[in-house]
Design a protein around this ligand. Structure first.
Ligand SMILES: Cc1ncc(COP(=O)(O)O)c(C=O)c1O
Length: 364
């Protein structure tokens, strides 16, 4: 059900558990990225896997993003159907049904997909050509993360050449996500790992160019490495996602972004002198890395989550919490938390300013 009837009402009227976005903090995060990009040539194609919310995509585009990244084809469909365009799907689109959907979508939008195999290229080409579509191809390069991506410049050249020659396809460039570097706590070590990864990608792009194939896009970066990749010569665009919301994992790094997204929870029980139970379990907040932490209630430590409960303890000397009191929890991972909700309540000065549907929630 659309909950926009809560717009204008106090935050206290939001039913919990709920996903709450602090509008001012969110805008400061956007400003922080804009400040970095100002005067630099690198572009931003932010990752929509973080928010899965077309309204946020529109806000990013209004601020100058050149398009959006998506992690799944379903996310790309949701964004394009909401009027967004210039979408890079940063995962491989494989399987007969998905290849058909991608080709059909490319008929109506500027769509690019990451590719790391020849078979996949052939399938995409066949379906795109059959529809008179021109599907963009970005060859993914493994830059040290060890996930998808070609493992050598020779393979990148082979795929780039095939993508340039096959009907229905347009070779656009390369991507290399340095996921192994983004969370490194020590700044110098993170720079070192990030630059090594960027170097591998940029050198591969040069090798493709030397083979006579133009490379328009060289895409990299997560939130932990946005400024490293953004200053690395030859990287043309950034695919950062979490900078808009932040989470406990990125909060440990020295980044110019702040917590903007929390799960709003209600205290439902005080069964013992220091035990507190909230209505926000693992079906409402992600626990993949560590338990969530209260945004502004340092005296409460969350110890464990079950499906619909968070159990914590009040530390000695902390303020009292009673059943009915509300607490905002910062998740360890913002992207997987967003995927648990149908809407984001946008709050400013204690009131609901907007309710944005998480349109691409669960979209594959
Ligand atoms: C392919 C890809 N690009 C970029 C990102 C960067 O996202 P974030 O800024 O949230 O670290 C991710 C994160 O998982 C990713 O998988």
């Amino acid at each position: 059900m659309n909950k926009t009837f809560l717009v204008g009402l106090p935050e206290a009227s939001i039913p919990t558990p709920a996903l709450v976005l602090d509008a001012a903090a969110f805008e400061r995060n956007l400003d922080g990225m804009d400040a970095f990009l100002a005067g630099r040539r690198v572009a931003l194609r932010p990752h929509a896997k973080t928010h899965k919310t077309p309204m946020i995509g529109h806000i990013q585009m209004r601020r100058g993003a050149i398009g959006l990244c998506c992690a799944t084809l379903g996310e790309a469909e949701a964004m394009i159907y909401a009027g967004l365009d210039h979408i890079l799907v940063t995962s491989q689109v494989v399987g007969e049904d998905k290849v058909r959907r991608a080709a059909a979508l490319a008929r109506w939008a500027d769509l690019m997909v990451a590719v790391d195999s020849r078979e996949n290229l052939r399938d995409l080409s066949r379906e795109a050509a059959a529809r008179g579509a021109r599907l963009g191809v970005i060859v993914e390069v493994d830059v040290g993360m060890g996930r998808c991506g070609v493992r050598s410049p020779e393979d990148a050249i082979r795929l780039a050449r095939a993508a340039s020659e096959l009907p229905g396809l347009v070779f656009r460039g390369l991507m290399g996500y340095e996921g192994h570097a983004v969370f490194i706590g020590d700044r110098a070590d993170r720079e070192d790992a990030g630059r090594k990864a960027n170097a591998g990608l940029v050198e591969t792009a040069e090798a493709v160019r030397r083979a006579g194939i133009p490379v328009e896009i060289v895409s990299a970066a997560g939130t932990g490495t946005f400024d490293i990749a953004g200053d690395y010569s030859g990287i043309t665009e950034l695919q950062t996602g979490s900078y808009i919301f932040m989470d406990l994992t990125y909060g440990k790094l020295d980044l110019p972004f702040e917590y903007a997204l929390t799960a709003l929870a209600t205290v439902i029980s005080r069964p013992g002198p220091d035990t507190v139970v909230l209505d926000c379990g693992m079906k409402s907040i992600s626990v993949e890395r560590e338990p969530p932490r209260p945004l502004s209630f340092p005296g409460l430590e969350i110890l464990k989550l079950s499906e619909e409960h968070a159990t914590g303890r009040i530390l000695p000397g902390a303020a009292e919490l009673r059943p009915g009191d509300r607490v905002k929890l910062v998740p360890s991972h913002c992207c997987t938390t967003v995927n648990l909700y149908d809407e984001i309540f946008v709050v400013r000065d204690g009131r609901v300013e907007a309710v944005w549907p998480v349109e691409a929630r669960g979209a594959r």
